[in-house]
Design a protein around this ligand. Sequence first.
Ligand code: HEM
Length: 183
Amino acid sequence: MGTFLRFLGISSSDDNRVDEATGLTERQKKLVQNTWAVVRKDEVASGIAVMTTSLRLDSTKFFCRFFKKYPEYQRYFPAFKDTPLNELPANKRFQAHCASVITALNNVIDSLHDPALMEASLISLAERHKNRGQTKEEFQNLKEVMLEVLRQALGKQYTPEVAEAWSKTLDGLFTKIYQVFAS
Ligand code: HEM
């Protein structure tokens, strides 16, 4: 019956079931994974070359925005700390960094169905950053930029329901990260 209702676009009770580990409903997980798939697909398709007017997510745009808002953070990256902001998108070391961040995020979003695995990835990520001297505040600032970029990249698809699903998901992910900084 659930499958039939889903086929008709009517949500089943399964969709509203809250996963206690993440605090998300199954529907919210699907919304996050489906919209991330849009962003991720476009990131690959649009590639790094398409920097101009596209609203689609380009991982280099995401970091350019982050550095534009917090210029002092660029100093943490020896490989491109002195590269002017407008030259960053063409810098291969910068591109490589952006790609590894997006891959890390892909893995986290993919593991929403396996909260223990997701937690393990987040803890190692946070530990590596903490050991390098990054702070909770820097992660909080990145979270805000992530939400802004998602809103912009998804455009009309960023409905209030999608916004709530993402906000809740990022709250959960970043809470795990903050626990590492507090320990
Ligand atoms: C969800 C948030 C983040 C993700 C997914 C992420 C992901 C990554 C990944 C995959 C790497 C390379 C492998 C590693 O050492 O971990 C990395 C390196 C690094 N990240 Fe992050 N990061 C995040 C947030 C931040 C923030 C907020 C900062 C500082 C403002 C930061 C600064 C750095 C630095 C300095 C490096 C080392 C770069 C190098 O020496 O080449 N990251 N990050």
